[in-house]
Ligand binder design. Structure first.
Ligand code: GAR
Length: 199
């Protein structure tokens, strides 16, 4: 399975995918890494690993559509089976999503549909939930809302703040992302309504 990774920051989920492949636990190949932020640590990490790493700075484009046209061009060249959003902090336009329908995977640091959008861990702490976690899902036109592939739960402790909760969730994210990609790579699946059905 050929995977393109899109990221905007640290890139620890990208690193987890890379390491799972290196350990032989994920039958996949990372065919390119794209970041909308040239200074993203994850992009440097991708270069260090020897991947085709592309900085496509959204600030240099006149519109979201123009930026996405360039991202799509690089993706067309790399020919991935799946696009893995790994902390990619840009909304994708409807045309982009339609072009890659059910081939874009995202990870979000909450148990969706709770706490979509930014600062999900802070939202969870502020709400007072006792359990949170992460969700790996297919991307559709709604924000953080597509069919769910994998969820992992963690407890929220009395003395948690957003950063302690984020750290607890993050270690589950790495396993969840690998698990989701492994399922997509190795099992037959289809989307039925909101559900991803593996057979
Ligand atoms: C992760 O916690 C991921 O779930 C989150 O950004 C972080 C990226 O970390 N994504 C979102 O909030 C998307 N809405 P990483 O760069 O170390 O993988």
């Amino acid at each position: 399975m050929r995977v393109a990774v899109l990221l905007s920051g640290r890139g620890s989920n990208f690193q987890a995918i890379h390491e799972a492949i290196a350990r032989g636990e994920l039958p996949a190949q990372i065919v390119c890494v794209i970041s909308n932020r040239p200074d993203a640590a994850g992009l440097q990490r991708a270069r260090d690993y020897g991947y085709a790493a592309h900085a496509i700075d959204h600030k240099l484009f006149a519109s979201r559509a123009a930026h996405e046209t360039e991202v799509l061009r690089v993706l067309d060249e790399a020919r991935p089976d799946f696009i893995a959003l790994a902390g990619y902090m840009r909304l994708l336009g409807a045309e982009f999503i339609a072009r890659w329908r059910n081939r874009i995977v995202n990870i979000h640091p909450s148990l969706l549909p709770a706490f979509p959008g930014v600062d999900a861990q802070a939202q969870a702490v502020a709400y007072g939930v006792k359990v949170s976690g992460c969700t790996v899902h297919l991307v559709d036109e709604q924000l953080d809302a597509g069919p769910i592939l994998v969820q992992r739960a963690v407890p929220v402790h009395e003395d948690d703040d957003a950063s302690t909760l984020a750290a607890r969730i993050l270690s589950q994210e790495h396993a969840a992302y690998v698990e989701a990609l492994r399922s997509l790579a190795t099992r037959a699946w289809r989307v039925e309504g909101r559900r991803v059905v593996f057979s």
